[in-house]
Design a binder for this molecule. Structure first.
Ligand code: ADP
Length: 566
């Protein structure tokens, strides 16, 4: 960097930063320590923003969310062994969710690690990482840093996106090399995520199948949100008139109050659809694997996905459409004749009737929750919903069990990619990391809607939020327990599901603004005030401990043996 007498020399750290800048990296999420502290310092000095976390999982989740939001791999920087392993949780989660990220980790002395001589933070990180990500690479010479990073970035972003691990041993970071030669080892990527145009015959096959459908349905998944093909998707949905249901992170791709949304008749739509077109959504557990009785046993599937091997993973796919979603949707609109795909009034009415019924039933529950005391989840959530409607640019991050299920259904989204949640694993712990990335990458306000149990996994990052003065309002839906807070204990210890805390006091320790709300009106006023301030805040929303069900909507996943309680 500095033009001194030794300007002809550089080292591995400088080459890493050079390579990151060449790839247009703007933000790094990480935790410093041996051997990467100077790397973080130099990156910062070079104009890259370094967001220093308190735990590597949170930094990794932030990098993953950055990847989802920007279509460029988020970068997570970790120290050796334990720091690396903490980050690996997020790398695996990113891979599972098809989010592009690269975890760069320092590692210890190879000649000691490989003979297991007991080095400082000794671990064979490359071997450990491999099974948890899309690919894992190690750079063994400083002259390969540029190549290693190019390979990691391209692998993360191309085809089905995912997490990539890049191991850089301390010795390589410290390796001194000729500056001019080093500069020639770094290159940018040309067309890192090329469009993938579907076969015309595959497009026509899908159109023909849709044209014969009596009860067609589109399922939009988070791959559709990731693809940033919003206009092409909307165009296809609206020109065909086919009803659709959004998966949780696809909410807002079309506004949730869109007339073709069948979200409020979801169960009926799935059960009755005869031709189902999956767009960036896998037929995994979240969609009951496509099995009856949740789906019609005669349903025929069309699947739009960039990953050819995804086809037939659960059900026979009658019309596979392998390609990027934007290109596929464009091709479907282009190649279908006007009026070829239509939707019978009867199907529309069947869904609309069911929707009305469900909405009317829900309206009573929602109305009752507005005045219930102690406050119910649905009381607090309606307040959040109303404030979000005034601030549609705000991002929603959401995790928990009941806090997730209820928020997903209560809070409508108007804008694409503004909802980030537990995702494919149903994981807890993404909250603060995702919120920080949303704020850092977009500069927009974030509302993190957190169950009190879920919040605990990443709550220490309130300190990070305050240190970087990020516009994040965390709302802890606090029913004092995992699932619920009223389980009696059979010993002198509390029940395994019980928690008790004033989370609003936590953020005050770090200089943020804490609120405690006991009514929906208080949640509304406080959230409005906190958002307007643009500063870190936390609202501890005190919820009735008896509100909530064990495991939320997925209680059936608990093993059933001999009953432990009850
Ligand atoms: P959800 O959980 O919302 O149902 P999934 O994560 O199961 O969504 O599915 C996302 C799918 O989207 C993955 O199978 C992935 O391969 C696919 N995908 C991601 N990006 C693209 C893209 N640009 N074009 C096509 N498919 C994509």
């Amino acid at each position: 960097e500095d033009a001194d007498d030794s300007a002809a020399l550089t080292d591995g750290i400088h080459v890493v930063v050079d390579a990151l800048r060449t790839h247009g990296v703007e933000n790094i999420y990480g935790v410093v320590g041996i051997p990467i502290t100077d790397l973080a310092r130099l990156a910062q000095k070079s104009g890259i923003r370094f967001i220093g976390f308190r735990h590597e999982s949170d930094a990794g989740h932030a990098a993953a969310a950055a990847g989802f939001l920007t279509q460029r791999p988020g970068i997570c920087l970790t120290v050796s062994a334990p720091g690396f392993l903490n980050g690996l949780v997020a790398l695996a989660n990113a891979t599972t969710n098809c989010f592009p990220m690269v975890q760069i980790s320092g590692s210890s002395e190879r000649h000691l690690v490989d003979l297991q001589r007991g080095d400082y933070e000794e671990m064979d990180q490359l071997a450990a990482a491999r099974q948890f990500c899309k690919a894992a690479y190690r750079v063994s010479r400083a002259e390969d840093i540029g190549r290693g990073l190019a390979r990691a970035m391209r692998t993360a972003i191309s085809g089905r996106p995912g997490g990539v691990y890049l191991d850089i041993p301390a010795a390589v970071l410290g390796e001194v090399l000729d500056a001019e030669k080093a500069a020639a080892t770094v290159w940018p990527l040309v067309d890192p995520a090329p469009r993938q145009i579907p076969e015309a015959t595959a497009v026509d096959r899908a159109i023909d199948l849709l044209a014969t459908a009596e009860r067609p349905l589109v399922v939009l998944g988070k791959g559709a949100a990731y693809a940033q093909a919003d206009d092409a998707i909307r165009d296809f949905i609206e020109t065909t008139g086919v009803p659709y249901v959004p998966m949780s992170m696809a909410k807002g791709l079309l506004p949730d109050d869109h007339p073709q949304s069948a979200a409020t008749a979801r169960s009926l739509a799935l059960k009755r659809a005869d031709v189902v077109m999956l767009v960036g959504a896998r037929l995994n557990w979240l969609l009951g694997h496509g099995d009856a009785p949740q789906w019609s046993p005669d349903a025929k599937f069309i699947q739009v996905d960039i990953e050819a091997a995804e086809m037939d993973s659960n059900q026979p796919i009658a019309a596979p459409l392998v390609g990027d979603i934007g290109s596929v949707m464009d091709a479907l609109v282009e190649r279908s004749k006007p009026g070829q795909i239509t939707v019978a009034d009867q199907w529309r009415q069947e869904l609309a009737g069911k929707s009305q019924q469900n909405v009317a039933r829900m309206a009573k529950t929602l109305e009752a929750a507005k005045t219930a005391h102690p406050m119910k989840f649905l009381g607090a959530l309606q307040a959040i919903r109303d404030v979000l409607a005034e601030n549609p640019e705000a991002y929603i991050v959401n995790e928990g069990a009941n806090a997730l299920d209820k928020a997903r259904n209560t809070i409508g989204m108007q804008v694409p990619r503004h909802r980030l949640d537990s995702g494919t694993w149903g994981v807890m712990g993404i909250g603060m990391g995702y919120a920080i990335a949303a704020a850092v990458e977009t500069g927009k306000p974030v509302i993190a809607v957190e169950g009190d149990s879920a919040f605990g996994f990443s709550g220490i990052e309130l300190e990070t939020i305050c240190r970087y003065n990020l516009p994040i309002v965390t709302v802890v839906l606090n029913n004092s327990g995992v699932y619920r807070g009223d389980e009696a204990s059979t010993t002198s210890d509390p029940a395994p599901t019980l928690l008790k805390a004033r989370h609003d006091l936590m953020i005050q320790a770090f200089g943020g603004k804490g609120y405690q709300a006991t009514t929906p009106a208080e949640v509304e006023t406080m959230l409005r005030e906190a958002l307007a301030s643009g500063k870190p805040a936390l609202i501890d929303a005190v919820i009735d401990p008896s509100d909530g069900t064990e495991s939320g909507n997925i209680a059936h996943l608990n093993p059933k043996g001999i009953s432990v309680t009850k």
